[in-house]
Design a protein around this ligand. Structure first.
Ligand code: PLP
Length: 390
């Protein structure tokens, strides 16, 4: 095979999808509880998104950021309105959105005469695979072999406000904190209820930018359009990607507060970033989430799923913890469980295993209650089979 083996795909290829369902090349039907890892928030082949993409493809795919793109302006307006931010830079992926945030933090530092600005990042973080974002990420497997890493990051434990306070007291060259409101890749880790508020207050006191990575947790998944909106926090930067256009590649770095107006012409760019096709798809997605009140639906379905999982797994000796918010749920087992994803295929259920022993569920926001029931039924069957073998 001529593919560079950066992935080890499971032995299945999907041919078509509809809502939360996928069909493989043999015609077998699967319940998708992963949604392309939080990408397909409106499910597969959503008719309105499909229509918007087809119409836009027939009209205009791409021009260039050398010219004004009205759909980009409209999307920026929508996203700033949803987030209380002021400006948007469009990229093609989450890593690029974070890369823009990291560059911005450095501009912010230099503007204050800090020659070697530092960004505080968290243990357990995942922010992408470009050189700066893999450095910001905490996973050694992601970094190993790519040294020298990028300087200018200080790592602290997640959900530990004292560690941040210590840095505030002992360091003059910190300019920003980059943080996920819920850490997805490291196992759906949710911090204490007041942690983000404390981080926000500390950033304010110290004049640090608060940069929130909503790439996995955003787009309504946790029950609010952005997960940080569950808390009284005031970010200066918010990054989003994944679900933004339901599968058409796009990312965005939203900027406000102290961070506004730092990027000037020539300071950053992207050939494809925010092209008409991606923006049209994203505008359609955001409109649907808003009009169909899908944040509220995600909250309700998530609560139901959570309660049902707690109930169904209460006596399962393998299950250590069930955590998350809305439709971003992690079930931590007492053992590594990569094999479970294969058993899931046999049972017709798609989920991922992250951080070695956490089953991660990220179903589409449009999921119906009977489909949630089916996730639980199939997951229980997977766990039973797994317990019998491992
Ligand atoms: N940030 C978070 C929180 C993510 O979960 C991811 C991807 O999983 C990224 C950044 C990187 O996004 P992308 O893969 O689109 O570059």
């Amino acid at each position: 095979m001529q593919l560079i083996p950066t992935y080890q795909p499971l032995p299945v290829a999907f041919e078509r999808g509809e809502g939360v369902w996928l069909w493989d090349s043999q015609g077998k039907k699967y319940l998708d509880a992963l949604g392309g890892i939080a990408v397909c928030c409106l499910g597969h082949a959503h008719p309105e998104v499909t229509e918007a993409i087809c119409q836009q493809a027939g009209q205009l795919l791409h021009t260039s950021n050398l010219y004004q793109i009205d759909l980009q302006i409209a999307l920026a307006q929508k996203l700033t309105q949803m987030s209380s931010m002021q400006q948007v830079f469009f990229s093609n992926s989450g890593a690029e959105a974070n890369e823009a945030a990291i560059k911005l933090a450095r501009l912010y530092g230099h503007a204050q005469g800090i020659d070697s600005p530092n960004v505080i990042v968290m243990e357990g973080a995942f922010h992408g695979r470009t050189m700066a974002t893999l450095t910001a990420s905490a996973n050694r497997k992601v970094q190993a072999g790519f040294e020298p890493l990028v300087p200018g990051f200080i790592r602290v434990p997640y959900d530990d406000i004292t560690a941040l306070q210590n840095i505030a007291q002992n360091s003059d060259d910190v300019v920003a904190v980059l943080i996920e409101p819920i850490q997805g890749e490291s196992g759906v880790r949710t911090p204490n209820a007041d942690y983000l508020e404390k981080v926000s207050a500390l950033c304010k006191q110290n004049n640090w930018l608060l940069m929130i990575d909503e790439i996995q947790s955003g787009m309504g998944r946790t029950g609010k359009f952005f997960a940080y909106q569950h808390h009284a926090v005031e970010p200066d930067v918010v990054t989003v990607a994944k679900g933004l256009a339901n599968g058409v590649p796009i990312g965005a770095c939203l900027i406000g507060g102290k961070a506004a107006d730092l990027f000037q012409p020539g300071k950053h760019g992207s050939t494809f970033g925010g092209n008409p096709l991606a923006c049209r798809a994203a505008l359609t997605v955001v409109d649907i989430i808003e009009q169909q009140q899908l944040c509220q639906q995600a909250a309700a379905r998530g609560e139901y799923l959570f309660a049902a999982l707690r109930d169904a797994l209460a006596d399962n000796p393998m299950v250590q913890e069930i955590r998350g918010q809305g439709l971003m749920i992690g079930i931590e087992l007492d053992r590594p469980c990569a094999e479970l994803a294969k058993i899931g295929l046999e049972q017709g259920l798609l989920f991922s295993i992250t951080a070695e022993r956490v089953i991660r569920l990220l179903p589409a926001l449009i999921i119906q209650q009977e489909e949630v029931d089916l996730i639980i039924e199939r997951l229980l069957a997977c766990l039973d089979e797994y317990a019998g073998h491992y």
